[in-house]
Design a protein around this ligand. Sequence first.
Ligand code: SF4
Length: 290
Amino acid sequence: MKLIKAEVLGYCMGVRRAVTMAEEAVKAAAGVHRVYTLGPLIHNPQVLEQFRRQGLEVLDETELPEELKSSVVIIRAHGITPQLETALACKGACLVDATCPTVKKSQMKARSLTDAGYRIFLAGERYHGEVIGIQGYAPACLVVGNPGEAQEKAEILYRRAPTAKTALLGQTTIAPDEYQGIAQAIQAYFPNLEIIDTICKATRDRQHALSKLCLQVDALLVVGGKESANTRRLLAIAQAQGKQAWLVERVAGIPPEIRAYPVVGLAAGASTPDELIDQIANVLTGRVSP
Ligand code: SF4
């Protein structure tokens, strides 16, 4: 079997930065302070397990302890709401802000547009941490998951406030054509919609590399966590291009059927560590047995 890797794959800048910040925080606090992340640091089970063994604990934001004095809390790359940040600080936590700078930019934009009187549409997955975090900066924003929902919400807003100033922000991992479809649905009611380009370059690069790879291979493996939005998106893009594709989280998840394809592609989400990509590549090419 011939294996071709995507030109761009694996850790993005924001995830690498968050992982490094967490490693440093764990090392600095060893034996002295408890270190937490608010929710899983990244959507990758192997990395999370490694951190767990080093003593990094995961906090559930719906069940925060009474006190967090003398504890370190790492804010993950997706970011959190400013309200939650304040709640943590009030409980005495020392915060390490690993919010990705690209996400931070979206948060700040949401706040400045709200302050300037815009009605904001936020395109993305309603329950994703990044979307929830951005909503905290623009509490009245309208979250829309697809063009149909965007059309519905734009129509309701138009009936109430036909001259409203509107703007569109998106989850950093949204596919460009999906974002465009949502923008067009809103523009049917608000032609002056301000479309803010919030799609992350790292996401775009990985999606572009995957589309190119699809033209060269018979089937594809996308390596990454099932909870990872950008990994799931890569899988969907491959499948939309008519490729047989699987999402695998670990070596044991490699589907035996893949061996029937002469040329196989390997892509990976932005929260997939290099070691895992290498392990899977080595098993597929027969350099290492599973
Ligand atoms: S995908 Fe982009 S926005 Fe998300 S963490 Fe990585 S660099 Fe930041």
